[in-house]
Write a protein that binds this ligand. Structure first.
Ligand SMILES: *Cc1c(COP(=O)(O)O)cnc(C)c1O
Length: 377
């Protein structure tokens, strides 16, 4: 990449990360679940209203914990979009689960809730809505389907921190929810994530699974007099250095989101003439969804146009990127999952969607990006 080029993403630092890391260093507690982890848990619980939040080393880890908590057995089916990140599926496949892929909606590119019920079989255990671009899935309808069929709902809210659906924070609506703090997300710690436990039935076991299958948490609270191996589990918790970094970000989560919303709105206004001219389609946000400006994407007419636009933008030093290759079409997805019906919207999004640079500081480049884009048609 040329030094003058505009990157697609640039992680934002608040300036307090190193201070808090120095404090963790001085405290001398570097393993997980120290002071900074507790601050992050309390923040997440207050912010989302979840019963219990647990930091993990990634959203992938939080989804893996959710698959264990959902007691996914070999052959059990989980319904999810194909237009998503690979971890949405992998977490369940690791337990022998079978992803059943359904199509997405034309407006938000979220799972098409009207396609879920027909995909349910006697082996279905859970529905995994993915809130694409931090814009909510139709959670009322999804929760109602789940209740009627006795299924669990596990929200992949990797992109959804600070977003809401009818006033409810994403990740706090299903039985379980997962956030990501990967450096490409809005609130970051390099790698990092969290599991939100909204149904308190899962709280005790979640703590055990996260602590290598031991009841270490109960021991430290004086509830048992020694700690031992009581369940399957792994090491899913981040160390304090990561939590210290994350705490600096959480303190500024509101202002980070506000600034991103300003950048998103700027694209939305300046690209409106291109939409009116029929060159592209802009994002559609249902009025009851408060989003978090995780992403600004445009829909182009076809794959050929998108390929040309990417090349032309690149030529001007502007990095724009497409997104998911559908999981049901991927080599592993073909072998281990199945698509329910045709997935035309999934293919269309995969071919036509293009993401523009959106990071704090991109404001000084936005006019150039929009001007260049206008010359591509
Ligand atoms: C980023 C992302 C993940 C994975 O998050 P990690 O923290 O990198 O494990 C999972 N699902 C979706 C939809 C994502 O965007």
């Amino acid at each position: 990449m040329n030094v003058n080029s505009i990157p697609f993403n640039k992680p934002y630092m608040t300036g307090r990360e190193l201070l808090y890391i120095a404090q963790a260093h001085t405290n001398g507690h570097l393993a997980g679940d120290g002071m900074f982890t507790k601050k992050c848990h309390a923040w997440l619980e207050a912010r989302t209203g979840t019963y219990k939040a647990l930091l993990t080393h990634s959203c992938t880890a939080a989804l893996e914990m959710a698959a264990i908590l959902a007691d996914i057995q070999p052959g059990d089916e989980v319904i999810m979009p194909s237009y998503t990140f690979v971890s949405t599926a992998n977490a369940f496949v690791l337990r022998g689960g079978v992803p059943v892929f359904v199509d997405i909606r034309l407006d938000t590119f979220n799972i098409d809730e009207t396609k879920i019920e027909a995909a349910i079989t006697s082996r279905t255990k859970a529905i995994i809505p993915v809130h694409y671009a931090g814009v909510a899935c139709e959670m009322d309808i999804i929760m109602n389907i789940a209740q009627r069929h006795n299924l669990l709902v596990i929200e992949d809210a990797a992109q959804g921190i600070m977003s809401t659906y009818k006033g409810k924070p994403l990740g706090s609506i299903g039985h379980l929810g997962a956030y990501s703090f990967h450096e490409t997300k809005n609130i970051i710690s390099g790698e990092g994530g969290a599991l939100l436990i909204n149904d308190e039935r899962f709280a005790e076991r979640a703590e055990i699974i996260r602590a290598k299958g031991t009841n270490r948490g109960q021991f430290f609270r004086g509830q048992v007099d020694k700690y031992t191996w009581v369940d399957i589990g792994s090491s899913y918790l981040p160390g304090e250095v990561i939590a210290a970094f994350l705490w600096a970000q959480m303190e500024e989560a509101q202002s980070i989101t506000q600034k991103r919303m300003g950048l998103w709105q700027q694209y939305h206004e300046t690209l409106a003439p291109l939409e009116e001219a029929g060159k592209l389609r802009q994002p559609i946000i249902p009025e009851y969804c408060q989003h978090n400006a995780h992403m600004y994407y445009i829909m182009l007419l076809n794959l050929k146009t998108r390929t040309q636009v990417i090349a032309q933008m690149k030529g001007a030093g502007i990095n724009t990127v497409f997104h998911y290759v559908p999981l049901h079409d991927a080599p592993y997805g073909k072998r281990h999952g199945r698509a329910h019906g045709d997935l035309p919207v999934t293919h269309m999004a995969s071919d036509c969607l293009l993401r523009l640079p959106l990071w704090l500081g991109v404001e000084s480049h936005q006019q150039k990006i929009v001007d260049k884009l206008s010359t591509c048609f």
